[in-house]
Design a protein around this ligand. Structure first.
Ligand code: SOE
Length: 387
């Protein structure tokens, strides 16, 4: 029998839509789940706007104060989709109220905030997850499967990028609705927390912990008008970030993220090179995983030289991760499905008692790496990381 849980969502921007769509779709495409969300309430400051959102997505009620939402006894789970500076206070209050918590990435603005959130969550013992959605793009999940099947062998190199170009105009204001990602007070950092954090989450999932790094960041536009005050103000975020890392498994990594790569909208890539094979993924071509097999993990036979080459695997077969829940082989899915998969795994984890990752504790490790990047860029030195 399906058990209902009553959801209270806080925030209704881009991520509010992506998450709401997941709550609406999850039981339709994962009919065996034990839990089913009820869209009980959505909360944001502007009454008319939040009511309009509730009408579109079918939320039963609205709130304009998140504290009131958390106090409600008819709410079982809280989804945090607001700017980063509000995550800690909301998550701690929700944990103390015994709610399940689903939090948009990055977990927090700083490691100190993230630690306080993990302490509160673990003390309360409530189910929790952070929406690092790209792990659950089927091609990325297939990469994890191939690594776990030992097809890559000893890893040597990991390289990843996340390139955008939407903030290049110096006329673009910072702060306020839709542009809080440019305001250090609200976001904590720029591309490091917003884009690179995705790459760090994926990298540590695929290739294990990062132990040391050295980074350089740049803010190309130094002053921008603040959308709320109208005043010209210094820009506190990093516009671009380059990082060299060492992984605990001995491999080396490079990471780049920027919002100044003219022509690129969301070019999220990674490549892993090992002794027995390599993997490459590109979000602009997200139904494919590229795989080079040098030798078989079971027979240790080398692929014959005249047959060796990169395979472009179309990740749409029923045997591929998550794909048996969607269409027939050859038909593709996209960005929004990665959120449906995250939610399905979260609910399966509650049912099985084996929590789905990344939990708040996992995301704290990503936060530690991001903070080490900013520290290294500031001091101009290698920084050790204790995860
Ligand atoms: C920024 O433009 C952004 O929307 C991030 O905030 C998301 O996390 C990323 O998935 C896409 O880019």
């Amino acid at each position: 029998m399906t058990k209902s849980f009553r959801l209270g969502m806080i925030g209704y921007g881009f991520m509010g839509k992506a998450h709401s769509n997941a709550y609406r779709q999850v039981n339709r495409f994962f009919p065996d789940l034990a839990y089913q969300p009820v869209l009980q309430a959505v909360c944001a400051r502007t009454r008319d706007a939040v009511q309009a959102f509730a009408d579109v997505w079918g939320y039963d009620s609205i709130e304009t104060d998140w504290r009131r939402l958390i106090e409600r006894s008819d709410i079982d789970a809280i989804d945090i989709c607001v700017p980063n500076h509000l995550h800690q206070e909301i998550a701690v209050a929700a944990a103390e109220a015994g709610k399940w918590i689903l939090c948009e990435k990055p977990l927090a603005k700083t490691v100190a905030e993230a630690e306080a959130m993990v302490t509160a969550i673990e003390k309360a013992g409530v189910p929790n997850i952070v929406w690092y959605n790209y792990r659950r793009v089927p091609a990325v999940s297939l990469a994890k499967q191939l690594i776990d099947e030992d097809r890559i062998g000893r890893p040597f190199h990991y390289r990843a990028s996340f390139l955008q170009d939407w903030t290049m105009s110096p006329e673009l204001p910072q702060g306020g609705a839709a542009l809080w990602r440019l305001d250090a007070e609200a976001a904590g950092s720029g591309v490091t927390g917003d884009l690179l954090a995705h790459n760090i989450d994926t990298a540590m999932w695929l290739n294990g912990p990062i132990t040391r790094l050295v980074a350089s960041t740049e803010t190309f536009v130094k002053e921008r008008r603040h959308q709320e005050t109208g005043q010209l103000a210094p820009v506190g975020i990093d516009d671009a970030c380059m990082v060299l890392v060492r992984f605990a498994n001995g491999s080396m990594g490079t990471f780049e993220s920027t919002r100044y790569a003219r022509g690129h909208k969301a070019l999220k890539t990674f490549e892993l090179n090992g002794a027995d094979g390599s993997l490459f993924f590109d979000l602009h071509d997200d139904q494919y995983l590229h795989y080079f097999e040098y030798q078989s993990p079971t027979t240790h036979q080398k692929v014959e030289s005249h047959l060796a080459g990169w395979r472009k695997i179309h990740v749409t077969n029923g045997e591929h991760p998550y794909m048996n829940h969607w269409w027939v082989p050859g038909l593709t899915i996209g960005y929004e499905h990665s959120f449906v998969h995250t939610l399905a795994d979260f609910l399966t984890g509650i049912e099985s008692g084996n929590p789905a990752a990344p939990t708040f504790r996992d995301a704290l490790n990503t936060q530690r790496v991001c903070e080490a990047i900013l520290t290294s860029a500031e001091v101009g030195q290698w920084v050790d990381i204790r995860l």
